[in-house]
Design a protein around this ligand. Sequence first.
Ligand SMILES: O=C(CO)[C@H](O)[C@H](O)COP(=O)(O)O
Length: 262
Amino acid sequence: MSDTLSPIDQAKANAARKAVEFVEDGMKVGLGTGSTAAWMVRRLGERVREEGLRIVAVPTSSRTAALAREVGITVITLDEAKWLDLTIDGADEFDAEMNLIKGGGGALLQEKIVATASDQMVVIADSAKEVAHLGAFPLPIEVIPFGAEVTRGLVEELLGAFDVMGRRTTVRMSGAAPFRTDEGNLILDLHLGRIGDPRQLALMLNQVPGVVESGLFVDICDRVVIGHSDGRVEVRDIHDLSVKVMELPVGDTTNIFSNIGD
Ligand SMILES: O=C(CO)[C@H](O)[C@H](O)COP(=O)(O)O
């Protein structure tokens, strides 16, 4: 029930609920990964079951695929979809230009492929994710296991040429073993503190052999839906950053709180 939710979960759920309003009948939709995205998938499932909304969806992880099927959403592959109308996903950080750090859940590669193959990417986030400069959240990069320590060394060397505060890197773990992505790759977390030029860093990281992709999303996000813990939801559009739509709490969220798995 909604009154058992923490303020942060309430904020995430409200942002998710608002973003799902952008989904229209007949759309092909990309589904993000993470706890905020899970709220969105549940709410979308509700619309499918209760309103008869006809959509097909491309999930960005095996976790999201399982949840989507569970709530009654038809799942297809990106190659079947070919192109998507809209992707809704969470983020670990976003700045005023809607640059993002993503990959806290380890799904950054599929998330970037799916978002890039979409007419629109809508990010849903609680207000704590907004930052003046990206980088306090460790930047995840996906690297192939072959020669991963050499790749790590090259990345650390590269960071020496960048305007970042810290340069420490860690291999993401899952218990005692390295975390593996859905593609079987590893995640390196870059503890940068502050990223001076996200665009340049994203470009350069992709030049390192062994790096598959970084969690820096530059010029990909079109809209951010921000949930506040007091119940307000704010929508920002990259095409009109001067306009902020402030809204009162969005409807009754009781149903989607009944089967919380994340
Ligand atoms: O990028 C992601 C997963 O790879 C998530 O969208 C990001 O980590 C935000 O997660 P949450 O909504 O749980 O805070």
